[in-house]
Design a protein around this ligand. Structure first.
Ligand code: CP
Ligand code: NVA
Length: 305
């Protein structure tokens, strides 16, 4: 039966660890022909640099092909229903990456597609990002136990995926948001249950300075996500104390990693000084997107032995 990647919640700890083993191998040996003859469709309803390019290059490196379908091309749900798009594409391609606004669109695509569907970002989650991020943390810190990742900013799609990824691997996660911008309650509850199984903790804060104490990793994302552009000015005021700057970094551990999924709004959620500091791994995260996604593509589209 085909398998999708809609949310990290659906992956077991073992599946994530296996995925990371394959990721590390693919990072050393970029080229293979394991997906020769296979094609993926990239349906994007929002702009992208990293997700589009890393999937396209990754698929090429695995011997396969990709077709990018811009918002105006497919016009999901307007020109044609998601069901009809899914059923049609299933006759041509071997997998779909969907970047969309409403998460239920990815779920619906998964329901009707005969081929694997990968969530390339929805308003609810960004699983490829969360997986690449935790891979990057482990690559740098070598262990998951007793380390704390602090996410400061909006409790958004990236935050939800980090909650699942950290809790599935036993990494403590502190999330600091302004009141009213906390991550999804259901995600927090489920992550707490995963964390308990893996002997770690999930803590919520409204004070970034309290959350940042003893951080091994400090992570942030834009204050207004794609689709929230009209709230930008309002959010700049609400989030101003959540900026990752040298004052906040002083509270963290000495070699604390700095992370951001990018694109960054320099001078807003993070200062130049911090994002360009020697502890910043933001471009490693971007690079690791490609290696992790190649592993995902092989697991979902590769021949089963
Ligand atoms: N981090 C990320 O998904 O970047 P893009 O929006 O550029 O794809
Ligand atoms: N939270 C951001 C992530 C971009 C990769 C957004 O959804 O726009």
């Amino acid at each position: 039966m085909k398998k999708d990647l809609i949310s990290i919640k659906d992956l077991s700890t073992k599946e994530i660890k296996d995925l990371f083993k394959l990721t590390a191998k693919l990072k050393k040996n970029k080229f293979s022909k394991v997906l020769a003859g296979k094609t993926i469709a990239l349906i994007f309803q929002k702009p992208s640099n990293r997700t589009r390019v890393s999937f396209e290059v990754g698929m090429y490196q695995l011997g396969g092909n990709s077709i990018y379908l811009s918002p105006s091309e497919i016009n999901l749900g307007v020109r044609e229903s998601i069901k009809d798009v899914a059923k049609t594409l299933s006759r041509y391609i071997d997998g779909v990456v969907l970047r969309t606004f409403e998460h239920r669109n990815v779920v619906e695509m998964g329901r009707y597609s005969d081929k694997p569907v990968i969530n390339g970002l929805s308003d609810f989650s960004h699983p490829c990002q969360g997986l690449a991020d935790v891979f990057t943390v482990l690559e740098n810190l070598k262990k998951a136990k007793s380390i704390t990742l602090v996410y400061a900013g909006d409790g958004n799609n990236v935050c939800n995926s980090l909650l699942y990824a950290c809790s599935k691997l036993g990494i403590n996660i502190n999330v600091a948001t302004p009141k009213g911008y906390e991550p999804d309650e259901g995600v927090v509850e489920e992550s707490r249950a995963f964390a308990k199984l893996n002997k770690s903790e999930v803590k919520l804060f409204n004070d970034p300075f309290l959350a940042a104490k003893e951080a091994d990793v400090i992570y942030t994302d834009v204050w207004a996500s794609m689709g929230q552009e009209e709230e930008t000015e309002k959010r700049k005021i609400i989030f101003k104390d959540f900026q990752i700057n040298t004052n906040l970094m002083r509270l963290a551990k000495k070699d604390c990693l700095v992370m951001h999924c990018l694109p960054a709004h320099r001078g807003e959620e993070i200062t130049d000084e911090v994002i360009d500091s020697k502890n910043s791994v933001v471009f490693d995260q971007a690079e690791n997107r490609m290696h992790v996604q190649k592993a995902i593509l092989i697991k979902l589209l590769g021949e089963k032995r």
